[in-house]
Design a protein around this ligand. Sequence first.
Ligand SMILES: Nc1ncnc2c1ncn2[C@@H]1O[C@H](COP(=O)(O)OP(=O)(O)OP(=O)(O)O)[C@@H](O)[C@H]1O
Length: 958
Amino acid sequence: MPQDIRKWFLKPHSKDKDNATIPANTALSNLETTNSEPGCGGHESMGRRKTSKYFATDKQKPEDGGEKEELPAKRKAKKDDGKSVRSSPLKKFHKADDDDDDFVPPSVKKNSVGATPSKKLKSGSGRAVAQKSVDIDDDEEEDVKKTESPLKSSGRGRGGRGASGAPAVGRGRGGGRGGFMNFGERKDPPHKGEKEVPEGAPDCLGGLTFVISGTLDSLEREEAEDLIKRHGGRVTGSVSKKTNYLLCDEDIAGAKSTKAKELGTPFLTEDGLFDMIRASKPMKALAQAESKKSVEKVAASLPKKSTSAPKAPIERMKTVASPAKRKGQNIQQSSLTWTEKYRPKTPNEIVGNQQLVKQLHTWLAHWNEKFLDTGTKRNGKKQNDASAEKAAILSGSPGMGKTTAAKLVCQMLGFQAIEVNASDSRGKADAKISKGIGGSNANSIKELVSNEALSANMDRSKHPKTVLIMDEVDGMSAGDRGGIADLIASIKISKIPIICICNDRYSQKLKSLVNYCSDLRFRKPRKQEIAKRLMQIANAEGLEVNEIALEELADRVNGDIRMAINQLQYMSLSLSVIKYDDIRQRLLSSAKDEDISPFTAVDKLFGFNGGKLRMDERIDLSMSDPDLVPLLIQENYINYRPSSAGRDEVKRLSLIARAAESISDGDIFNVQIRRNQQWQLSQSSSLASCIIPAALMHGQRETLEQNGASCLQGERNFNRFGGWLGKNSTMGKNLRLLEDLHFHHLASRKSKLGRDTLRLDYFSLLLKQLTEPLRVLPKDEAVKKVVEFMNAYSISQEDFDSIVELSKFQGHANPLEGIPPAVKSALTRAYNAQSKSRMVQAADLVPLPGMKKAPKKRIAAMLEPPDDGIGEENGDNLAENEEENSSDTEGPADAMIGEKLQSELQSLNSEGIEVQLELKGAGNSSAKRKPAGRGKGGSTSAEKKSGRGSGTAAKRKR
Ligand SMILES: Nc1ncnc2c1ncn2[C@@H]1O[C@H](COP(=O)(O)OP(=O)(O)OP(=O)(O)O)[C@@H](O)[C@H]1O
């Protein structure tokens, strides 16, 4: 049903396609006829029929089939009437009826004439779109509601955040800025890009305030905003008394339109706006008068709005100094940056946060009497009173004037400010220094805050009072270890006020510090306040710039006044007249320099609007982090429901398959790049691994696993981190463990298995031998058996753990399950008890076929005289058996062992396995190096004979 209705909504357009592109002269003639009524849409033939549903001017329901031809006539009639009365949604129905005979709701026919209560709009100036309420009786009203509801459910009712009547079928994704979790993206305007965007006189909308609601006919919301601002108008988010027009092409009965109706704010269609702008171009002065007049009309019709009558555009353009004056000024103080030049000189000049500045002033003004003069020292106990703390902490994002405020307040109260910045080293003060001495900042701070000379007894008239300003305290990091603790200690003993400044008040590092400080949180000044300050600076510099443009700049810098001033100064280098577009351009280009996180990049690529990104934008996004973005794409592509697939699961799967294929192609490129340094393939790689999959899959995030439900309980609707990284790291760790085990195993010379064979064929057997006895046999017997087995195969305790670890699989029982803890600890004890008599081998010096030879350095290290107890000291448990039974019993003579080993090694070497063994005997001073035999493989075996049973432990070299 909703789809039908949607079809119905769009149908007239397709039928009107021929009319969509109107020749310029036709447009002009339209303009001529509708010039006085821009709100009514001079380009109606291009506009949406849907628009006319709410804003059409004819009262009569058009007859079947005659609609197209009737339009001009209707406009004429409208002009004649001099009124802008919109047709009710019912008319829309009838138009639909005309177009589509399938949809003929009987109730609609009945109500074909008249407006719905929801359309009680006023046509303030004739130009405005609002329509006068038309009385209808209750029955009619009810019918209208009935017929209206399907309209709303058609998915077009997106402008109304929480519009009461908006049912769930449509997306209902509020037209407000950034609805819920990005779900608030609006649908495309039905005639996107089809209309020529007019160019008007620069400030033709000056003084007018617009609110935009719902989807417009051809412009995206941002485009409309831009258009208005470019022409000097102001766009706000919600309707208020100051609003001059509600710009909307459909009345979706949302909060904005309801409020607009309440306040009597006129509605304006996109076409009306275009007309307004066009009208300003040929005769600027006339247009301005017109604009003024129209607003006056609006104001007249709405008494409440009389105060908000727009100023003449010209008045708003604050042009101050002549170019000559500007030149002179520039020469004078060109060396100073504007941020310095226009640093506030008095607290009143600080933009925003005046209350906090006052609080700071009070705190500082009473500091001495609270903490020195009266002798009452309050430790850092949190109190509500801002002046009750010994230190103050000013927090807020950069460039809002925290430092400036602190300095100014100090200056006002006659304090001398000593500033210590994060760039200075602020390590913990020397603990031995009780009062601090020079040499390090921390020490100086300690000295400063505890200096008797600064205390109350001194002659204040001769010595200025001092304040310590600790800037960027949240920046204290590695180098400042202990710095915060020391700062707190300093606060406790301080005889001078301390002002701490930070950006991130919630930083973990500051958790304890804030308990000792008066907490003053700076908030972003309002954009109008910032714009005002910028205007003052522009005026002083002789720059010509309009208020809207400055508001835009203020809006974009996120409260960072320093950045706004810097941007203005930068632009002033090349421009003396700064327009809205210049600022947009500048902000766009500076935004490009900003770092974008891989998550943001992936969000954008996969987002609803991912399909609209230009190719260069996509490349930029995918290349923003060429390592991480492909991984995030690979991790998340499967959890999107492509907008092109809709609810079609088969299509979704086929898109997933194509994306997967592309990702695997990307992987091939990636291997070429990494392995063979084929960096020229990087663009192809990002195309295959990021751009194509994202282009195929972009849409709404929806996990595939549980058909829309999140597969992880409570998983948030964010992209997941690349699981490959974790898995790769686990794989690396497991390989290392396996490698160790393999070396030890080879060193036991029980077998000559390859690593893979060991893992695949022998692992379960080893595990069984190691765990089964512990489960079934009596404790002592089991422990003895397992320890013997471990000794026989050179399995260390770590190897035991590795075998268990590598045998764990999801959905399978833990291999150690069922073994009583007492048995486990008995095993550990028994194994450790024998460690002293166990022969130690440096098994990691056993290279495998095809693997790199162990580095000489290591061999040299192994051949060093043994170092008693190092292994024990290091907690290394790598004691390994050199040969069978060697750990339990006293073996044969050392020489015999050596010979036996030598021959075995040579036999291994002759088979291509290079084995290097090291026998170290701690207590054996006769340990000496023996020349190694050289096997067929040409490898060198280094052997060292060692005595045993003397607590030998080899240092593990890795
Ligand atoms: N509220 C403000 N009013 C007027 N000018 C301001 C304001 N905030 C910042 N500025 C301008 O920006 C410059 C830098 O401000 P300041 O160093 O005080 O900011 P901050 O908040 O301390 O920044 P940060 O956190 O980076 O230290 C000032 O010299 C001034 O020109």
